[in-house]
Design a protein around this ligand. Structure first.
Ligand code: PKZ
Length: 184
């Protein structure tokens, strides 16, 4: 794990994010980059668990989000909006999109190499997302302060360079393995 933030690049926009004062890290907080190393450690710890509502292959009613990689400190994932994800007719439900942002920000936190749960999640909805759309989500860490990891992300429609439909910012809290309940 590095202790300096990943440098801005085409895949990590250098724009003001969606964060409020409650999802902005304190000044000087380091922003380590989620890494392939962190991914390996965390994927090993999750081996055999496929029940996640966001990304689990065994979660029948879940979003089936596909994690697609980690590059330049940014984690990426995608999913396809199905009919059962509708809110208003023909359009993806905002809660479904919030779930996708939670999954992406959570993934970016876990790939720092520790276990995290969502403490706070803020979402800005910028454009409607039609049923049938492929939604591409990216997330990155903006700061680490003790057990708190600050994350931001965005969802684009139709491709990684499509229009931004959702922006999110959140605070995730590090927890021990004992926080979780064995599957029943
Ligand atoms: C190739 C790619 C592979 C990818 C590979 C993917 C890997 C895999 C991905 C998994 C992705 C999962 C993504 C879904 C993630 C969920 O959906 S998690 C489920 C939803 N969240 C929850 O259930 C959390 C419920 N809340 C709790 O359990 C407890 O309140 C918490 C959050 C553990 C905190 O309780 P606590 O441990 O007693 O801690 P506490 O002392 O109260 O607070 C610790 C610090 O956090 C702060 N804090 C606590 N709550 C909050 C809050 N709500 N807001 C802000 N700060 C807070 C406190 O102020 C305190 O700060 P400091 O005083 O240290 O400065």
């Amino acid at each position: 794990m590095t202790s300096s933030p990943p440098s801005p690049s085409a895949s990590r926009p250098a724009r003001p994010g969606p964060a409020s004062s409650r999802t902005t890290p304190p000044p000087g907080a380091p922003a380590p980059a989620p890494s392939g190393e962190g991914a390996a450690v965390m994927l090993a710890s999750l081996a055999g668990f496929d029940g996640c509502f966001g990304c689990g292959s065994e979660a029948e009613s879940g979003l089936r989000i596909r994690h697609t990689g980690v590059e330049d400190g940014v984690v990426t994932c995608e999913f396809t909006v199905r009919r059962e994800h509708q809110g208003a007719p023909g359009l993806c439900h905002g809660g479904v999109l919030a779930t996708a942002m939670d999954e992406a920000l959570g993934g970016a936190a876990w790939l720092l190499g520790n276990r995290y749960v969502t403490g706070r999640l803020e979402t800005d909805y910028l454009a409607p997302v039609p049923v049938g759309s492929d939604v591409h989500v990216r997330a990155w860490c903006t700061g680490l302060d003790g057990r708190k990891a600050y994350l931001e992300g965005e969802a684009r429609v139709g491709g990684p360079d499509g229009p931004v439909a959702v922006r999110a910012a959140g605070v995730f809290i590090e927890v021990p393995q004992e926080h979780f309940v064995p599957e029943s």
